[in-house]
Design a protein around this ligand. Sequence first.
Ligand SMILES: O=C[C@H](O)COP(=O)(O)O
Length: 324
Amino acid sequence: METIQATRHAEKRNTGTPLDLSWVEETHINPSATARRAATLGTRRSVKKEWQAAWLLRAITCTDLTTLAGDDTPGNVRRLAAKALNPVRQDILDALGMGDADITTGAVCVYHERIEDALAIVGDKVPVAAVSTGFPAGQSPYKQRIEEIKSSVAAGASEIDIVISREHVLTGNWEALYNEVCEMRMACGDAHMKTILATGELGPIWNVSKASKVCMMAGADFIKTSTGKESVNATLEVSLVMTRAIRDYLERTDMKVGFKPAGGIRSAKQALNWQILMKEELGNDWLMPNLFRFGASSLLTDIERQLSHYATGHYAAAHHMPMG
Ligand SMILES: O=C[C@H](O)COP(=O)(O)O
């Protein structure tokens, strides 16, 4: 597990490419075939029982432990950050033979105003991610959105989760989307940029593929499904479309872009389904935190409960887990 932490940001970054509109326009997605393939992931495929605890520990290292609420306070963000440093009870880790593994979550994800609180607890042990650019709607003045990124980087966020202008996708203005994301990436500097598409608001599913391609060409380090605030958030169907766009981009450019499903992922079973998707579509590199993250506020509680079951043979009530 030590190697997992060491590789969190070790990959060569996506530098982006010039905008290739012909690659965008040649997109063909078959919605019913996509839905059928996504449906098989949770049923025909499974992780063998004896491997599930290891996969779930891996899922924790890939989780952006998130709180994005109007009533976030220094106190609850500090508690969340402490949980990110020690996500699983020591007795459970000991029972699983992982007592010395030094497991942390992939990051802590907060609003700009709470960056300092999170950093005060995690220091440089866990990255702090800030949502930005008028999250979640992305409707604040453009210049202000760019300045927001710079402010969060200056405050110490090493990962920035930006939202795109859905308008550019819905009107097919790919140049505007490309230019916006390029400028946001510039504003991020050394901080890694996750580009939230808000797929539930992009219309037909082929728009998800087209927007993924444009954001990768503009230099996104990760493409992320959702803010968690749309009426439809992460689904396996959109994730399949996005991972295939990542695979196409890798074949064209030899650059690896990460993937972050977010919103509504609450159970260990769901986490395993997404991990199976990553392994089957993109391979083992995308099971690691430098290329894969879950955006989730409550997934950790269910994973810890499952791990407790593997360790003790019975389920603990959720309120016995520190986040419950
Ligand atoms: O990016 C993370 C999401 O906002 C979390 O959504 P969730 O609260 O449904 O887990």
